[in-house]
Design a protein around this ligand. Structure first.
Ligand code: NAI
Length: 318
């Protein structure tokens, strides 16, 4: 236990901490010495409405356990106010867990503008505004840890979650850039793809499985990523029920075509196996990892592209 990571003196904001995963994070950080801002708007799962009950209940529980916490009831779309609350209560900020979320699941054909905007607003804009409010503070103190909460729905797609999945994937994009901009200031941003029992999963996951995927089995990994000693930055992790794995991009070796008029759809089709081949992959982590100059040089010396079959045409299509 003496080797357990501690957060004494650190201030942590957990957004959407009133229930589910956020609640587990808040309890975990508080138990290890952190001062916690328990942010929660107190909305139903599908948004709309507000209540202080969940945040107040958790703050009372943390205090009963001997920890330090304050409640904050702002929407994550008022990120600056949440960061203000941390500074007012505790005078500093070290960790931001972007966790608040809502769902408006509908098949794409039935999804309205309002369903789209609500979900994008809470997940993407909310995480942006909270992070934006914390960013300069983190940079100035040369320490900050940020968590973005993505989803398998974003990484892989999921029926009925076009709004949610696209916001969740956008958070990975945000994290990728923040990791690069924050690196030299010791401001690290990582993205998690959790699986956990909460009201979000209550209708889709059987009760006996819910027991096995308690939010408590996500919190320790989030704490590790947020510790001062952690050097992980720009990572993506899938986790739940005790399982933790890193996830990364894979790029095939690809095929270099002659870049001239023979570069036609039929020419690409003829090399489809090479274009989609993953037998000799690379795992890029920066935008500069394709050596374009080298590829362009190779292309120069190629013969014109062979095609198989007739040219692809679009007659009659609009
Ligand atoms: P949850 O519904 O139990 O918790 C979300 C909390 O966010 C609620 O307490 C809600 O009141 C709060 N909230 C909603 N809108 C808010 C706003 N505008 N401002 C402040 N607070 C707001 O759900 P759960 O499962 O704990 O989800 C936490 C995060 O993890 C979400 O971002 C969710 O999308 C993500 N996630 C969860 C998965 C799971 O298996 N439970 C899977 C993948 C992602």
């Amino acid at each position: 236990a003496s080797q357990e990571l501690r957060f004494d003196g650190k201030v942590v904001i957990v957004t959407g901490a009133g229930g589910g995963l956020g609640r587990a994070y808040a309890l975990f950080f508080a138990a290890r010495g952190a001062k916690v801002v328990v942010n929660d708007l107190g909305t139903p799962l599908t948004g709309g409405g507000a209540s202080h009950e969940a945040a107040d209940g958790l703050v009372a529980e943390i205090r009963r356990n001997g920890g330090e916490a304050v409640a904050d009831y702002n929407s994550v779309e008022s990120g600056a106010a949440i960061v203000e609350a941390a500074l007012k209560a505790f005078g500093r900020l070290d960790v931001l867990i972007n966790n608040a979320g809502v769902l408006r699941d509908k098949s794409f054909s039935r999804m309205t503008d309002a369903d789209w905007d609500l979900v994008q607003g809470v997940h993407l804009r909310g995480s942006f505004l909270c992070t934006k409010a914390a960013w300069d503070l983190f940079r100035k103190q040369k320490y900050g840890r940020i968590i973005m909460t993505s989803s398998g729905s974003g990484l892989y797609g999921n029926f009925g979650q076009a709004n949610y999945g696209s916001a969740k994937m956008a958070l990975l994009g945000l994290s990728n850039t923040l990791a690069k901009e924050g690196a030299k200031y010791n401001v690290y941003c990582n993205t998690i793809v959790p699986v956990a029992a909460s009201r979000m999963t209550a209708t889709t996951v059987p009760a006996d499985v819910m027991e096995l995927i308690k939010p408590d089995f996500v919190a320790p990994m989030v704490a590790l990523l947020c510790h001062e000693s952690s050097t992980e930055n720009g990572g993506l992790f899938e986790l739940g029920g005790g399982y933790v794995t890193k996830v990364r991009w894979e790029r095939g070796r690809g095929h270099v075509f002659k870049a001239d008029a023979s570069f036609t759809p039929a020419a690409v089709q003829a090399k489809w196996d090479a274009v989609t081949d993953f037998s000799a992959p690379v795992y890029p982590t920066t935008i500069t990892e394709v050596n374009w100059l080298d590829l362009l040089e190779q292309a120069k010396h190629l013969p014109t592209n062979p095609t198989s079959g007739p040219p692809l045409r679009f007659d009659g299509k609009v």
